[in-house]
Each structure stands twice: as structure tokens, then as C-alpha cells.
Design a protein around this ligand. Structure first.
Ligand code: ZN
Length: 467
């Protein structure tokens, strides 16, 4: 017995088509008009859209950071993702200092045993010694095709240009992609020390310590190095005009360079960091949230294909950590903006927010929405066409979207494991109401049907598309 999704409208990146979908086992086996239903379970999708399950390629679940740990793990974060229509994500394995890349993978495998949705790993390299450079090609055996390097976080993760360039050459030789956190960490360190010495310690000064020009400079440098190394580059969490301009310039030159932005960078501004009673700390992430003008630049870049993906950089912390037995949270940075745990919750909200405001307000159409949130992430990171599309042979990862359903965002009703929501009070229209992952229903309205251990590790293929 299979499942027939009856009477819905399929939205893929390339087309919108009214058709039925037959799922058998974990896969989509047939798509067509008026499919017979005899012997199958029928899901009535009349008046609804069928979208590929979302893919969030930038998350940090159960990440030890800044004296605490991000508050969503592979159970709570996955449940929240599922309610938001996301069925696959890629988390960042962090190489431990002094350890090997495989030491990091072993740690993440343990954390992932409770996985509810499908997942993959990027490898964030923090200590690129010669033997670690030699270890890189063996990541392909683990299905890891993407390396992350940091141009910021001086004396912690930051690498110099020689190291970055060598990593790019090694990646290019092996069909891998390099991801960079592009901010000039040397300048950030100088500005941070100066501001703190002047007694400027409130959350707002976190943004002042990391100006957009510093992001633009590092982006331009990474783009240039990728051009020389002929290495596919993916700039994570791009926030501002200066960075987008550098990426656009590189693409015009024909360099294999791409970029993502995250949902928060199109809505939150640095003024939110000035909210009273330390509430500004809720919005502290790196790079920082910018200005309304930058929001417009990002929407345009998503529309004109300068940017390829919308992700979240989901890395939640409690606002009132340490309360009710919780692990520490944002309060760690009271009196010192540099000690605020960096990151915010968004894995549940990404698709819902982007539908309401991206499609609903005419920034792009529903097909581009699918491309940015599902298809391009799968293509760039070597999971297409198994993931990211409703096609014959693909995994049956399907979100039924009700274009009429409304909801007001609230921390009180969210599934993310934290005590606030950066989109509190936003009014949404067009929401996922039922979600399947590899042929198993995991969300039915308010009911959660997923379970620990169902989520499957995704081995990804090298030599993926450069879009
Ligand atoms: Zn991140």
C-alpha cells in the first residue's frame, strides 16, 4: 500500500503543476493527473500546495559555545524544524582544538543518535595543521563535501589567508566546497577592545564592533582567493550591501562563488539591539543585524540570483538562562557585549516567514521560494535530486502548505527550546499543515508524529552544482 496525495498543486523550483503524487515506501514513484487510489491511503490535498521538504543548511544544534551550549538538540531542534516544514538540515561539526576532523565527527554522531529529521554535516575546521590538511580528502568517505573556515574569531577559530588559500586548493582538488564566515577578525578584535575600554558594554555595541565594511572586506578577499584557486565558495550568513557587492563582482568575473543570507537579516535591525532591559541581547549574532537599507539589498540579491539560499544559522540560547534549571544563556554577556552567546532561534520560522513576506509581499514567486529554501540547498550541497524536489525517484519529503492558514508568531506556542522568538507578534499567512519525511508523516496539524532515531544521516556527493 502506498500513499496518494490527491488534488493538490505541486510547487517545484522549475514549475507549478496540478497533479497527484504516489508515494511507496520512502520515495515518490509516480506523479500524474487523476492517479488511481485503490489500495492506497489517500491524503486530500485539494486547495493546498505540495512543497518539497525544506532544507536548512546552516544550523548549530547542541553546540558548546561561549561558556554554554545552544539550547536545541537533535530532538527539540528537529521537532521545531518539522513544524516549520523543514525535513533536512546540515549541522556544523566542529573540529576540537588539537584533535582531528574525525574526532569532531565522532562527537556529532553521538549527538545525532536521537535525530528526528534527516541531516548532514559540514566540517568546521578550527586548527588546520598539515596532518589535518591531509585528512580532508577522507571526509568524502563520510559523505562530507563542505569545509567551513572562519575569517573571524581571532585566537579562537580565525585562520590566515595562507591557510584559507591552501584549504581552497585542497577542496578544489577533491570536488569539495569551502564555506567562509567572512568578517575581518583582526579589525573586530581591535574595535571590541576599544569599545569595552570606553565602557561601551551594552548589546548594541556588539554591532558597532563588527561594521558592515569589515564584512565586505573579508567577503571580497574570500571571493578573490576562490577565484584564484578556482574553488567553489559559499559565503555564509551575508548581511549587507558591502558583502553582496563583492559577491556580485566575483560572479560577474565568472568565479565559482555563491552566498546565503539568513531569515533574520531581512527583518531585524541594529536598533533592536537597543531594546531596554538587556532585551537587545536576544538579537545578538555574528555578523550582526544591520539596517532597513540592507534588508532591501538582500531581497534584491535573492531575486536577481546573486544569493542562492536562505538559511537560519539557528543557534538558540535562553534569554533567561539559569532559571528553572536551564543552562546559561544570554545573561552571560551582561556588562560585556563580547561575552553574549552569539546566535538566535529561527529553524522553525524560516519557511513560514519567507513565504508570508517573500512570496506574500511579492519579492519573488513561489517557485523561487522553493528554489531558495529547498532545491538550491540540495543542489549546492550534493543531495539533489534525492532531496529538494517533488520528482519521481526523490525521497518523499513533502510539506502540505495551506495558503489560507494564518498564525501569529509567539514564543508561547513555538516548538524551539527557548524562551523568546525574534519574530514575536508577526502575522503569518500560508503555512505548512502536514509534513512527511521519507514517506512517514511527522507533522499533522498541531500533532507531532516523528520520533527519535528516525532521522537519517545523508551522505552527500562531491562535484556538486555551482549555481
Ligand atoms: Zn553559523
Amino acid at each position: 500500500m502506498g500513499i496518494v496525495f490527491k488534488g493538490g498543486t505541486i510547487i517545484n523550483a522549475a514549475e507549478t503543476v496540478k497533479a497527484d503524487v504516489l508515494v511507496e515506501g520512502e520515495q515518490i514513484v509516480l506523479i500524474g493527473a487523476n492517479l488511481p487510489t485503490k489500495g492506497h491511503q489517500v491524503v486530500d490535498a485539494k486547495g493546498k500546495y505540495l512543497l518539497p521538504g525544506g532544507i536548512d543548511v546552516h544550523t548549530h544544534l547542541a553546540l558548546p559555545f561561549g561558556g554554554t551550549t545552544s539550547s536545541d538538540d537533535f530532538e527539540t531542534g528537529h521537532r521545531a524544524a518539522a513544524f516549520g516544514g523543514t525535513t533536512t538540515h546540515i549541522d556544523f561539526v566542529i573540529q576540537p582544538k588539537g584533535g582531528t576532523l574525525h574526532d569532531g565527527i565522532a562527537t556529532w554522531r553521538k549527538k545525532s543518535q536521537i535525530a528526528n529529521i534527516d541531516y548532514g554535516y559540514h566540517l568546521a575546521i578550527t586548527d588546520l595543521r598539515d596532518e589535518v590538511m591531509n585528512e580532508i580528502p577522507s571526509l568524502l568517505d563520510e559523505g562530507i563535501t563542505s569545509l567551513k573556515l572562519f575569517m573571524a574569531y581571532k585566537n579562537v577559530f580565525q585562520i590566515d589567508d595562507t591557510t584559507l588559500f591552501r584549504a581552497m586548493q585542497t577542496a578544489a582538488d577533491n570536488g569539495m566546497i569551502v564555506m567562509v564566515h567572512a568578517e575581518n577578525g583582526d579589525v573586530v578584535a581591535e574595535l571590541t577592545a576599544k569599545l569595552l575600554a570606553e565602557g561601551k558594554t551594552d548589546p548594541y555595541y556588539h554591532a558597532v564592533s563588527r561594521p558592515s565594511t569589515v564584512e565586505g572586506e573579508a567577503t571580497g578577499r574570500a571571493v578573490a582567493l576562490a577565484g584564484v584557486a578556482n574553488c567553489p565558495l559559499y559565503v555564509v550568513h551575508m548581511t549587507c550591501q558591502e558583502a553582496v557587492e563583492q559577491l556580485r563582482l566575483g560572479r560577474e568575473k565568472g568565479f565559482p562563488v555563491m552566498g546565503e543570507t539568513c531569515v533574520q537579516y531581512m527583518f531585524i535591525t541594529a536598533d533592536d539591539l537597543k531594546r531596554p532591559n538587556y532585551e537587545g541581547s536576544k538579537f545578538v549574532c555574528s555578523p550582526p543585524v544591520r539596517t532597513k537599507k540592507d534588508h532591501g539589498i538582500l531581497w534584491q540579491a535573492l531575486r536577481d540570483h546573486t544569493l542562492q539560499v536562505v538559511s537560519t544559522d539557528h543557534c538558540p540560547f535562553w534569554f533567561e538562562g539559569g532559571v528553572n534549571g536551564r543552562i546559561p544563556g544570554k545573561e552571560l554577556g551582561k556588562g560585556n557585549f563580547a561575552a553574549i552567546p552569539n546566535g538566535l532561534p529561527a529553524i522553525e520560522d524560516r519557511m513560514k516567514i519567507m513565504w508570508t513576506f517573500g512570496v506574500g509581499e511579492g519579492h519573488f514567486d513561489a517557485n523561487r521560494f522553493v528554489e531558495l529554501n529547498c532545491t538550491n540547498p540540495a543542489k549546492i550541497f550534493g543531495m539533489y535530486p534525492k532531496k529538494g524536489t517533488i520528482s519521481v525517484g526523490a525521497d518523499a519529503d513533502i510539506a502540505i502548505w495551506d495558503p489560507k492558514k494564518r498564525e501569529t508568531v509567539s514564543a508561547a506556542t513555538q516548538h524551539m527550546n527557548t524562551d523568546y522568538n525574534i519574530f514575536e507578534g508577526y502575522k503569518l499567512k500560508g503555512l505548512p499543515v502536514a509534513v512527511w519525511l521519507r514517506g512517514q508523516q511527522i507533522v499533522d496539524g498541531e500533532k507531532y508524529l516523528g520520533h527519535n532515531g528516525y532521522g537519517k544521516y545523508q551522505k552527500r556527493s562531491p562535484h556538486a552544482a555551482v549555481l
